[in-house]
Design a protein around this ligand. Structure first.
Ligand code: PLP
Length: 394
């Protein structure tokens, strides 16, 4: 191993926006184009929708906003028969917090230790006992949930499925991209995600009505972004004349828009996405081969657009300190059991779930991104193997 290699820091994430993209962006901005949401946003949404194989895509200012938007849109569409929801315990704060903000009664579902997605038995139990109307799951670190089985359970109990796919852009299962299985799916384009628009997110859906409602909710609840047909219908139904048209609000909306500047970046990022997915999948395979004593997720994922390499160790702090000395970053496995975080426990008390608790107490994740070479992965794996003691998840 060369000295240069030993001292090269390995970060959890690196920028995916390259210099030539920034020059292109500057030229475009200086040409006097409109920077707020406009043509670039429409083009990015169309290209993203096609890349996903979805009918509609809505560009937002973050993955968190995307979750908020799709959850509230279900309510406004009248698709929820009650205010009860199930959310994945191994998730992110803003997977769950919009449900809290909208006053849902939330049950957290434990994870399956093989893929870190939902535990099917616990899901079925919660559907049976709580009779919720919506589920939001997370494809943790790019690994697919058992979507066919989940959909079957949810259909049986009349539960709508939302996919928080913020860590899974490009992963597939059952021949379809993750995020396109449920009624709607969300993505994040924050720094460190598969592609970046600096801040940004997307919602995809095949549901025409939900799409129209989300377009309105994203922008104050007005009708400007809706289809012509829908706009005419709304003005007619509410007796709105041409003078008041642009300033009439049909839904209690938000402002969750991004800008055309960010859509411009998103369009160039999208061109690189297939290559990024390939590198991330290769890196996951290299980690798996180099860490034979450590748990690796498996399951129904076909293409694995790996977000990071998650595993379980007995001595996390020791590993963290050793890797830090070696200039290698690592971190908790997303954030463990979300039911053990102060924002949740303050309101609901501690939510103990055996598998999510293992993730909370023993989970760790190692860097995976587009700029990591096989040599970098070997360096991380060697440093990790030299101190880490595997935790048995059984
Ligand atoms: C599963 C999951 N959901 C939502 C988010 C939030 O995305 P954003 O940072 O774009 O708001 C993240 C962020 O990393 C995430 O991992």
């Amino acid at each position: 191993m060369s000295n240069a290699n030993v001292t090269k820091p390995v970060f959890l994430a690196e920028d995916t926006i390259a210099q030539p993209e920034l020059y292109e962006l500057c030229d475009w901005m200086l040409a006097g184009n409109r920077l707020t949401k406009g043509e670039q946003t429409l083009a990015f949404e169309e290209e993203f929708r096609d890349w996903m194989g979805s009918k509609h895509a809505i560009f937002t200012n973050s993955g968190s906003s995307s979750n908020l938007l799709m959850i509230f849109a279900l309510k406004e569409a009248g698709l929820l028969r009650n205010n009860k929801a199930i959310a994945a315990a191994v998730s992110w704060v803003t997977t769950v917090s919009p449900l809290m903000q909208f006053g849902f009664d939330i049950s957290l579902c434990d994870c399956d230790t093989t893929n870190l997605g939902l535990d099917l038995n616990h899901l079925e139990h919660l559907c049976k006992t709580e009779q919720p109307s919506v589920l939001i799951l997370v494809h943790v670190l790019g690994h697919a949930n058992h979507m066919a089985e989940i959909q079957e359970i949810c259909d049986r109990y009349g539960v709508l499925v939302l996919e928080d796919s913020c860590e899974a852009l490009g992963s597939t299962s059952g021949g379809k991209k993750l995020g396109s299985h449920g009624i709607a799916g969300s993505f994040s384009f924050y720094y460190g995600h598969h592609i970046s628009t600096i801040e940004g997110g997307m919602v995809v859906t095949d549901d025409d009505d939900l799409n129209q409602i989300m377009l309105s909710l994203r922008s104050h609840g007005w009708s400007r972004d809706l289809s012509e047909e829908r706009r005419i219908e709304m003005t007619r139904n509410h007796d709105v004349d041409a003078f008041r048209n642009l300033y009439t609000f049909y839904y209690p909306g938000f402002n969750l828009r991004s800008t055309d500047l960010q859509a411009f970046i998103g369009r160039s990022q999208l061109k690189k996405l297939d290559g990024i997915v390939e590198v991330r999948e290769r890196n996951f395979g290299l980690y798996k081969g180099s860490l034979p004593d450590f748990y690796a997720q498996s399951g129904p994922t076909e293409t694995l657009s790996s977000f990071a390499y998650g595993t379980f160790v007995e001595n996390r702090l020791e590993v963290f300190n050793h890797l830090k000395e070696e200039q290698i970053e690592c971190r908790p496995l997303i954030c463990g059991n979300i039911g053990r975080h102060p924002f949740w426990t303050r309101k609901n008390g501690t939510c103990d779930l055996p598998n999510a608790d293992k993730v909370h107490d023993f989970g760790i994740y190692l860097p995976n991104h587009n700029n990591l070479s096989p040599t970098d992965i070997t360096r991380v794996a060697n440093a990790f193997n030299s101190v880490a003691r595997p935790h048995n998840t059984a």
